[in-house]
Design a binder for this molecule. Sequence first.
Ligand SMILES: Cc1cc2nc3c(=O)[nH]c(=O)nc-3n(C[C@H](O)[C@H](O)[C@H](O)COP(=O)(O)OP(=O)(O)OC[C@H]3O[C@@H](n4cnc5c(N)ncnc54)[C@H](O)[C@@H]3O)c2cc1C
Length: 348
Amino acid sequence: MNASDVFVIGGGIAGLSIAWRAATRGLTVTLADPDPGSQATRASAGMLAPVSEVTYTEEPLLRLGLASLELWPAFAGELEAAGGIPVDLRCDGTVEVAYDADDLAQLDELAAFEEKLGLRVERLTGRQCRQAEPMLSPNVRGGLLARDDLWVNPRRVAQALQQAFQNAGGRIVRERVTTLEGLPADHVVVAAGAWSPSLLPGLPIRPVKGQILRLRGPRGFLSTCVRGTVRGSEVYLVPRDDGEIVVGATMEELGFDTRVTAGGVYELLRDAREIVPGITELELAETFAGLRPGTPDNLPYVGRHGDVWVAAGHHRAGVLLAPLTAEAVVAGLFGEADPMPECTPARI
Ligand SMILES: Cc1cc2nc3c(=O)[nH]c(=O)nc-3n(C[C@H](O)[C@H](O)[C@H](O)COP(=O)(O)OP(=O)(O)OC[C@H]3O[C@@H](n4cnc5c(N)ncnc54)[C@H](O)[C@@H]3O)c2cc1C
């Protein structure tokens, strides 16, 4: 194997983004993955939603999410031009809806928190929710509109990244790396998602299972991304340009288990049907389960870790954080300022 400047292990959205950006900065880059884009990235709904996903006590993650969201339009534009594959970046906003009175009270509290943080959300009555998204059930009590949240098709992003990376001179080796010893490169980047600890024992990353469905319907069946709270449980429906609707997702702490279960599918369809009853007419095109790389503080590890670089542990936000993660690792390789200092692996 020829020597490279950089050897990236893992071809999910993290590794592919880093590899592409490093190659466009003139570095010689090799990426190893037996099946790029096949794991959490393949499962992902692709919501770029720091506003509607904001959670109490996770303000550092919000800052990173907003910073990466700002990079997404230019990142997607450059990627489409370089990879020749449209990535379906959508800017129609996210409607967050509540099903019953308790769900509405919870959403009201969230809105107050979002407003306190200076985030742009608009409160909607049930009728206004249905004006924004006509397929919503008449039972929806009310909601919020987060105009700044975007979404993208992560499968297309992964394809475009592979193409753009190779067009920039990068090399993909379809192999699993079993040891960090003797890799032919000046810099090694471990971006192997939930599997990163197999190469870096002691890295506190665990798999968090997410079951997710793909329905197929007519184009334009839904015009916005819909997130719902239904009797306290959360569900989302993300439309694609070809009529696909992604319905997700469970959160399960079951180790490396990727079985799709009857219970998981049932709960997702049950909750999704409460807020968009018309989905029962759509084809159930795919069921899938992916493993989010979770960390103890829900922030990824991005930066220098001993002799190597790490970019792993992006949990629920790996697609959102991909442009910023790539920028951070490439900045590190060139000795430039780190845009994600709170993600340093030194905090382990
Ligand atoms: C159901 C679900 C829905 C999600 N929805 C969203 C969302 O809406 N928005 C969002 O931002 N995020 C979302 N996420 C999270 C997001 O998908 C992940 O954070 C992101 O994909 C992580 O990317 P990654 O590249 O680190 O990992 P992965 O995509 O898992 O990629 C890791 C890669 O490493 C490779 N690999 C592993 N071991 C080795 C090895 N030894 N040698 C070589 N290669 C190796 C694997 O083959 C794999 O391709 C979702 C996740 C799930 C599961």
